[in-house]
Design a protein around this ligand. Structure first.
Ligand SMILES: Nc1nc2c(ncn2[C@@H]2O[C@H](COP(=O)(O)OP(=O)(O)OP(=O)(O)O)[C@@H](O)[C@H]2O)c(=O)[nH]1
Length: 356
């Protein structure tokens, strides 16, 4: 159990592909002071990019790759959620809160049921925090009406990427009032915080008190969910989840990449691509570090990072609908091998460095 005798809250962080869930975890890890957070990170691709990027920075990270945990986790297995939570609760770990980052395609209701169904008396369900990409929300919702149901079950709505919203009359999908109004209409009871870089006050997540208030909207929504007939794994058979439509293709190379050709891949990815994430190494003079790559609905961001003692390599996961795996592999393979005469090729990558 944790250093205190309180129950450890288990918080689920969900949200569509690229909304800012990992950014939120990183923010929590940096800003939670003495609170020790245990992380369970589920990723859709065969390479668990999110967990690999967090592991090494903190203890208590468990990665669950290759499929949404809402369908692939077997509760009774040694790798089941119950067993993982129990491991994190070992007294030596001194964990005060457990945060589960769901894959961007997970079904939040199933995750809530999964956590609420945990029997260990040392934990308490800490609520569903749902991240929304403010810039992509209206378009994603048109494509996936089921996102409305995800927002309805949230206990805390984090509307992230506020920097992409605009007050200009011709802002269309980026119009601030329209976006916020559409989200509020779906869930008027959950508190909504508008953020950039997922900067949320950690006390909004780690105070478990609101969940125990009888009769509050959180408790009611949980009760309703628990009463629903379609239970546990049967739900995966009976219902279509977002991830039924999506595929992921994973690419790895130990050979350095060609920055210019990789930038073209990110800018003009194969048909059906929505999300690209991972890291690359270019092994060029002055640019031998890790380049963390992100593309969400066509928006590209690249960050410089270190290898933290790992051997340099490239690992990229491409997620989308109707992806042709062979095309993805062929195009990424064609971007292997730097051109040492292309002195300025790296600029096609560094131009996407996030302004900080
Ligand atoms: N413009 C902008 N980009 C952001 C903001 N917050 C996060 N991002 C970027 O959005 C991209 C996706 O962020 P992640 O935190 O990896 O998103 P995620 O929800 O974990 O992604 P998946 O796990 O793939 O679903 C990254 O490039 C982030 O740097 C923000 O407030 N504004």
């Amino acid at each position: 159990m944790s250093s205190s005798s309180r129950q450890v809250p288990v918080i689920v962080v969900a949200g569509f592909l690229g909304a800012g869930k990992s950014t939120l975890l990183n923010h929590l890890l940096r800003s939670s002071g003495a609170t020790r957070i245990g992380l369970i990170i589920n990723d859709f691709g065969a390479i668990n990019v999110d967990a690999l990027l967090v592991a090494g920075q903190v203890d208590g990270v468990v990665g669950l790759g290759n499929g949404c945990m809402c369908c692939t986790i077997d509760d009774d297995s040694p790798d089941g959620i119950e067993a993982i939570v129990r491991r994190l609760l070992a007294p030596a770990a001194g964990i005060d809160a457990i945060v589960i980052e769901a894959s961007g395609l997970a079904e939040p209701r199933t995750l809530i049921r999964m956590v609420a169904g945990l029997t260990d008396p040392r934990i308490v369900y800490g609520g569903l925090v749902y991240l929304v990409d403010a810039g992509g929300f209206l378009a994603s919702r048109r494509q996936h009406p089921e996102l409305a149901a995800h927002i309805r079950v949230a206990d805390l709505l984090v509307v992230n990427k506020a920097d992409l919203l605009s007050d200009k009359p011709d802002a269309d999908d980026l119009d601030r009032d329209t976006v916020l109004g559409a989200i509020a209409e779906l869930n008027s009871t959950a508190p909504m915080v508008l953020t950039t870089e997922s900067v949320v006050d950690p006390t909004m997540l780690f105070d478990p008190a609101p969940v125990r208030e009888d009769g509050g909207p959180r408790q009611l929504s949980l009760d309703e969910l628990l009463r629903e007939d379609a239970h546990d794994h049967h739900e995966c058979v009976d219902h279509r989840h977002l991830h039924d439509e999506y595929q992921s293709v994973s690419f790895q190379s130990v050979e350095p990449m060609n920055p210019r050709r990789l930038a073209v891949f990110l800018e003009r990815p194969p048909a059906g691509t929505y999300r690209i994430k991972g890291w690359a190494h270019f092994d060029l003079p002055g640019h031998r570090g890790r380049f963390v790559l992100h593309a969400v609905g066509g928006r590209i961001r690249i960050e410089a990072a270190s290898w933290s003692g790992e051997p340099p390599s490239t690992a990229i996961v491409v997620i989308g609908v109707g992806l042709d795996e062979e095309v993805v592999q062929t195009e990424l393979s064609a971007a292997v091998g730097p051109d040492l005469n292309d002195e300025f090729g790296i600029l096609s990558i560094t131009r996407y460095f996030a302004a900080t």
